[in-house]
Ligand binder design. Sequence first.
Ligand SMILES: [Cu+2]
Length: 134
Amino acid sequence: MVERSRRAVVASAGALSILGLAGCAALDDDGREFSDPTDRTGTDTVDVIVGAGNGLSYDPDNLVIDVGTTVVWEWTGEGGGHDVVEIDEEAFASELVDDAGHTFEHTFEEPGVYEYVCTPHQTQGMNGRIEVVG
Ligand SMILES: [Cu+2]
């Protein structure tokens, strides 16, 4: 069963790249799609843009950081209202905001993989991933 569903995810990844969503390399088990990881280990504070690109993405959307690092999300004001909500246990959750310059931050004290979405735009692929190592 598990093997079959993993194959299904791989198959849909192939279909998506045929549709031209190039540049996105990683998929999680639920089919969320991320860019290649951006290594920001060795950094105390990392900035993530909310409403990057077409206004419906985070940049960088796939981070690797150390335990103790603070991630600061900053809103561009593009793409409407966005939030930043960790999907597993709501380890962090911002308000839904559309103001340029708004910021939300979270300091990661526990190793692990954290995935988050923008509540209104998650079906449009607005999601992010942070791997905390150390
Ligand atoms: Cu959004």
